[in-house]
Design a protein around this ligand. Sequence first.
Ligand code: PGA
Length: 247
Amino acid sequence: MTHYLLVANWKMNGLAGDIDEAIRIADGCTHPNHQVVICPPAPLLSRMSTILDHENVHLGGQDCHSSKSGAHTGDHSAQMLADAGANYVILGHSERRAFHHETSELINLKAQAAWQAGLTVIICVGESESERLEGRETEIVGDQLSANIPVPESGKGRLVVAYEPVWAIGTGRVAEKAEIANMHQFIFQFCQRHLASEDSIPILYGGSVNATNAVDIFSVPHVSGALVGGASLKAKTFNPIFHSLPN
Ligand code: PGA
């Protein structure tokens, strides 16, 4: 039976009162083989991890620093995320690449730190609209993947790739099934070429995923789940996506 992973990226949304929503997600998303990861803003992690006691739900951060500690005002380390109850961290989200000028090299340093801290890393990759119009989408995604694959010993079995075309994030525009299929096939083959065959890496799709388009997206080969932004903030929009996962 296939294992699927559904990741809720709350971005910069959520206060203590919204932990109830996470509980509704955890209560509503149970399946013996499917896993949910909720990534709230860092200040909520610790409290959420104390309150949420569900085997089917893990927690994740949305970023971490590449150092363990030090004079980095406003940042937090991977170890701090783990200490606050996280098992995962999203790295290289296109919003961080764009607004914080993160390069693939920096993202790799963060990934190394995250693996050292025992976290599973969800690396986001994806092309902009102009890059796709120029026909450069696999070149861009290939470059982004190259920074983190092959995976070092410390990260064995703890890498997830999320393909998120930048033009599909928060826009309501989902990539065509054929576009998703081509890119997931490309990522799958890239991983096969650079990793030992026993390591199969989950490849998530992200970008305007909702209950209406989820069944179609999950029917695409090599799609192992989704990274969900806007629709992940409420159980009533997130849980139906979970229930669209194939059995
Ligand atoms: P979206 O965000 O579902 O709101 O498009 C996805 C993401 O940025 O991870």
